[in-house]
Design a protein. Structure first.
Length: 254
């Protein structure tokens, strides 16, 4: 990234000494944002939500051993699929929330649940992973909404596949050029809404996108040669407003 130019009256020697540090900082920030928009889905940009123990069952090998254990009334049946050994003994992350009308509440916890099972991609087929999720749903309080949840899961998997297809193209963009990074983030945002719809995309990605916007703004500030050090500090403080209250609190703790 370009070194920040000194403003009128600034000591040129001081500028030269600080230039190296500014360049290292700026390059590090750019690399961080590049990794964020390529692998944003795996970055912890929000603090975990405490889920009541009853909604976080422990995966057991026998959990799906008896297809006759329950008799759902909505056309789905439990399949005798044994969870991958890597999930045995772990708590299921995420859950489905239902409102008073019995409808699914679109929330980040749905994506957490999907990601928990999708951590098996590469070790199990998509169909087998979907069956595991289905078996979990059919033994959960969201049993009657299993078909609807699985439809959301299918949309999410299709989105991940589409993002994977675009990853090579996105990686060719220059992380030192804010405009190129902004284009990638905008393309990802549009892709999410194309596959998930506005409501589900916001529920899954709103806070992540806030964080991406914040990181991009930091890069813009770092490459703005018209700003003095004091102006940069003020602009960075203002950029904090792009974050959610929870994200700002996490930054204070790190």
């Amino acid at each position: 990234m370009p070194i920040v130019c000194a403003t009128k009256g600034t000591d040129v020697k001081t500028f030269k000494r600080s230039g190296g540090r500014q360049l290292v900082w700026a390059l590090g920030l750019s690399l961080g944002l590049l990794l964020l928009f390529l692998f944003g889905g795996s970055l912890p940009v929000t603090s975990p939500i405490d889920v009541p123990a009853k909604t976080m069952p422990t995966v057991q090998a026998a959990a799906v051993s008896d297809p006759q254990r329950i008799k759902p009334d909505h056309g789905l049946s439990v399949s005798p699929v044994t969870p991958h050994y890597s999930l045995l003994g772990t708590d299921v992350n995420g859950h489905i929330r239902m409102n008073r009308e019995g409808r699914i509440e679109l929330h980040r916890d749905i994506r957490r649940l999907f990601d928990y099972y999708l951590s098996l991609r590469g070790r199990m087929s998509n169909d087998a992973i979907r069956d595991l999720l289905r078996d979990h749903l059919l033994t959960s309080p969201a049993q009657k909404a299993s078909g609807e949840v699985l439809a959301l899961f299918d949309k999410y998997v299709n989105l991940l596949d589409a993002e994977g297809t675009m990853a090579d193209e996105w990686s060719q963009r220059d992380p030192n050029v804010p405009l190129q990074m902004a284009n990638v983030l905008d393309e990802r945002r549009q892709l999410r809404r194309e596959y998930l719809g506005e409501g589900l995309a916001d529920a899954f990605y709103a806070e992540q996108e806030n964080y991406e916007a914040y990181q991009l703004e930091r890069v813009k500030i770092g490459t703005d040669v018209s700003l003095s050090a004091e102006q940069k500090a003020a602009a960075l403080a203002e950029a904090e407003n792009l974050l959610s209250p929870g994200q700002r609190e996490m930054r204070k703790q790190t």
